[in-house]
Design a protein around this ligand. Sequence first.
Ligand code: ZN
Length: 203
Amino acid sequence: MKIICVGRNYVDHIAELNNERPEAPVLFIKPDTALLSKEFPFVIPDFSQDIHYEAEVVVKINKVGKYIEPKFAHKYYDQLSIGIDFTARDLQSKLKEKGLPWEKAKAFDNSAFVGDFLPKTTVASMEEISFSLMQNGSVVQQATTAQMIWKVDELIAEISKYFTLKTGDLIFTGTPAGVGKVNPGDLLTGFFGEEKVFDLIVK
Ligand code: ZN
């Protein structure tokens, strides 16, 4: 199982990090060792002083696919949730400056967390999913998938040109504005629409 992540998919988040708007989706992969088990807290690793949360809509792939056309992409997933793409922002900034790969900043152990999955049938449209993240009871990120530059089905088409999708793979579809630092003792709470899909403690 692998985790495919999309970078720079919301205009307001591109602006907050002073990034350029890409011509095509920015993709990167986290290995299966990046997935944080639900029984554990997120422990801040000692190689970073600036770990950020990035709340994202997560899609779980339910069959093998390659060169999937956008119009058929909806047949490749039936479960959705909200997850956090934990990012060592200090390390990522250094790597970006040098033009080096982001893996150490993005794909480290336990850097991917996903809440409870909900069936796709609970949403009226993939392009109108609202979601939010609370940090210690205050809303820090709030968006809808209508704000995505590339919609989920377009992302699946693009991703599957390069990477065969397999059952159980997870796609993190990019984060909106409001990313920020986590601190020991934080409680992060994720909402898919009105539904709470996780509580995660930071240590
Ligand atoms: Zn992200």
